[in-house]
Design a protein. Sequence first.
Length: 314
Amino acid sequence: MYNYWKMNRIGFVNFWLYDEETFDFVDGRLLLRGQNGSGKSITTQSFIPFILDGDRTPSRLDPFGSSDRKMEYYFLGENDRDDSTGYLFLEFKKTESDEYRTIAIGQRARRGKPMDFWGFVILDGRRIGKDIHLYKETGSVKIPYDKQEIRKILGDNTPFTLVPGEYKAMVNQYLFGFQRPEQYEQFIKLLVKVRAPKLSKEFKPTKVYEILNESLQTLTDDELRSMVDAMEKMDAIQESLAELQRTLDDVKKIRIEYSKYNRYMLARKGKSYLDKHDEVEKRKASYEEHEKEIKSLTLEEQEKTMIKTMRKIG
C-alpha cells in the first residue's frame, strides 16, 4: 500500500464555543452528529478549506455561501470580548507508519482592528496536546500563546509564516505535493464545491458533472505545446501516409500496364521465334533435299564418265 498522509486529529483552542477540544478521526473519517443549529457546519467549515489555505473570506467560511459572519465573530462573538487569540490545527498521520505532521493556524482578533494571522507546519513529529501545547496555564486559566511565544516554542526548524499565501504554499509543499500552485487551488475549489449542504437534494448528475468539469486543471501553453506538436506530427505523418498510398496506387497501375506490355512483347517475341524456327526447319529440309539431289547428280556424272572411259579402252 501507499504510505500517504491521512487526517488523524483536528483541534480547537479558544475558538468560537470551544475552550480546548480535539476530535479524533478513524481511518481518516469523522462523523459529527447533532441537532440543527448545534454547530456541526461551523465546526467543519472552520477546517475545510480554511485550515488548508488560510483564506478567511466570509463566503468561504459558510457552506451556504453567506457573507454575514466574518472570522472575527468566532473569536469575539457579538459583543462578548474585545481581544481574543485562538488556534486551529489539523494533524496528519502516515497510513503505514507512526509518522505525524501537523498544520496549524493562530489568529488574534481585536475589535475594530484587522486580525493577525500566523501559520506553521510541524515537521518533526511533535504532536499538539501531547508534546506541544498552544497555551500556558495560569492557575485554572488557559491563555493561548501569542505568535512570538509559539514561534519560540516551535523552534527555528519549523516552517512559520505571517502570510496566508505563504502558508498555503507550505501546506502544499509538505503535505500534498502538487507541482504547481494552480493545481492546489483547483483542489481547494473542488473541496468548497462538494462541501455544500444537503448533498442528496442538490447534487444531481448534472451538478456532479459541472463540479468535476470545473475542477479540471487548466492546461498551460507549455503543456499544450507538446500535445499540439504531437498532433501536428500526426497530421504530417497522416498526410505523408496518404501521399505514399497515392504513389503506391499509381505504381500498382503502372505495374499492371507494364505486366500487360511485357506479356505482349513476350508473345510477339515468342511468335517471332516460332516463325523463324519454322523457316529454319523448312530451309533445313530444302538443304537436305538439295544435298541429296547433288549427291545423286554426282553419282550419275561419275557413272557417265566411267562409261565413256570404258568405251575408249574397249
